[in-house]
Ligand binder design. Structure first.
Ligand code: AMP
Length: 125
């Protein structure tokens, strides 16, 4: 259950292996999987196994070391799957496009440097 007493998030259900996902990285505290609706040639969701933080502001205040670990995993994924320059997005709040209230980053990029990410991908997450 989440701290508010609501149902587990879809990401908690992926972490529990209750629903399938293509997991691309996992540590003791972090898990990353392919976004089911990719908005870029590389689009990976990186999230905490701990569901208590709803967004990056809460995570930064409550456990900055865990935020740093999440960013390190995101960088590792980008190093493996993109040309090294990438977008790291934390939607924060429903009006900003957040639909899953379990802190997560979107790693977005392209394998080839010639493939530029359109600015429109920011608005359609
Ligand atoms: P946000 O809208 O920033 O909260 O991001 C949530 C993301 O989770 C969206 O980009 C969705 O496409 C993605 N998503 C939702 N359900 C799944 C799933 N079952 N497997 C993988 N990604 C998912």
């Amino acid at each position: 259950m989440s701290p508010s007493g609501s149902q587990p998030s879809i990401f908690s259900r992926i972490i529990a292996r209750e629903i399938p996902a293509t997991i691309v990285a996992e540590t003791e505290h972090i898990i990353a999987f392919l976004d089911i609706a990719p908005k870029a040639p590389v689009h990976v969701v990186v999230t905490t196994k701990d569901p208590q933080y709803q967004n990056v502001v809460e995570l930064a205040a409550g456990n900055p070391a865990l935020l740093a670990e999440l960013v390190a995993v995101a960088e590792q994924i980008a190093a493996e799957r993109t040309h090294g320059q990438f977008r790291l997005v934390f939607n924060t709040g429903a009006a900003a496009g957040q639909s899953v209230f379990h802190v997560h980053a979107h790693v977005m990029g392209s394998p080839e440097l010639t493939d530029q990410l359109g600015e429109d991908s920011l608005g359609t997450l």
